[in-house]
Design a protein around this ligand. Sequence first.
Ligand SMILES: [Ca+2]
Length: 458
Amino acid sequence: MTAQFTRRQALATLGLGAAALAGGTVPSACAAFRRRPNVVLFVADDLGSVDLRCYGSKDLLTPHIDALAYSGVRFSQFYVTAPACTPSRASMLTGRHFPRVLRLGHGINPAETTIAEMLKPAGYHTACIGKWHLGFDDGMYADDQGFDEFFGHRTGAMDNYSHHYYWGGPDRHVMWRNKERWHEEGSYFPDLMVRESVRFIEQNKDEPFFLYMPFNIPHYPIQPDPAARERYGHIENASRREYAALVSTLDDRVGMIMAKLEELDLRDNTIVIFLSDHGHSTEERSGGGGSAGILRGGKMTLWEGGLRVPAIISWPAHISGRQLRPQPVTALDLLPTLAEFCDVPLPQVEIDGASLASVCASDEASSPHDALYWVYKEDWAVREGPWKIVGQGDDIFLANLALDPTETIDHAKSHRHVQNRLVDLHNRWILKLSQDANVASQAPAPHRRRAGRGRGPE
Ligand SMILES: [Ca+2]
């Protein structure tokens, strides 16, 4: 009998599924036996690919998120499925590519199953506190999609003090508590998020809970906590200085939630996940203070700087700390990972992600994906092994990320056989998507090779 089988037997005896095998120990499983793990999902808004100290930043101060990283697994090639807020978050919450789950211009199809709807039948109390941005019609708000409670703004950019929409007109108030407008003009929204989240944790500390905290920062409007500004007087570039203060504003508030979990002795059996919804913004309103380091591109592009994000999974009871995982994985994997860790059934639909339990447990585990696929507006991309192809209209760019993570050397002409294979993968994926009844009317078109772009020699 192997040691692992012994551990599996022991966990089965305790009533825990195979999920609990993810690098854990039997003694810590005893705590989990009392109840399923809590889940806290932190999402940063437009945080750059390297904009944490634990991801190599030299000028940002992010001690709380760094501590979270050191308590668990930090991923160095974690991708989101789209370089924009709504499609990225829609995939993350459903485990399915966003063309399958989004009704364009409206939000997540109510027929889809979110992480909250997956966990609720197992007795989880669920809350979404922050920026929803995943449904704009009746029946498509957070409290219609599996969250017992919602506090925050349903739409995108919101002024953190007036709680009015930051884009366009007419000027309008956009903060809600469930189905009621909520007015606290003058109160700083990130602090309201912490207040409401702490209340939710305290109220549900004796039952399993899922707290989804989609922060609205460091997305513009660039309105950092004045106390955080004081740490960065030495940064000369004003855009970077303001962005840095906003990242620290985020870090401080992550720290406040972590402190509450510690105070209530909930930390060990709480799965805490942190990621950014995509890369840094270069929009004029953002000031352009974020960074992707050596990576190309940012928000709204399919280059690495738009898609590769900081990502952490921490569960002290079952996952070892100070782990770095280089395997290419994706936000699609979070729902199936949580299904396994929380021992709940997957939704009865095709899930595009796969559980990361084995990857969390071992740096020798393979990525669950042979290839990764993206589409965004007219652009598309595929990654297979070190190769990544980016299509923009008729233009094709083929990078070898192992040799050139900056995506500056184009191998499209010199490696036609690779290019053709990845184009075929993309087209097969598009064909599969288009067969899904949910997306038949809005699926992107396959790529058509231009004349002369045949299967040439390498
Ligand atoms: Ca965003």
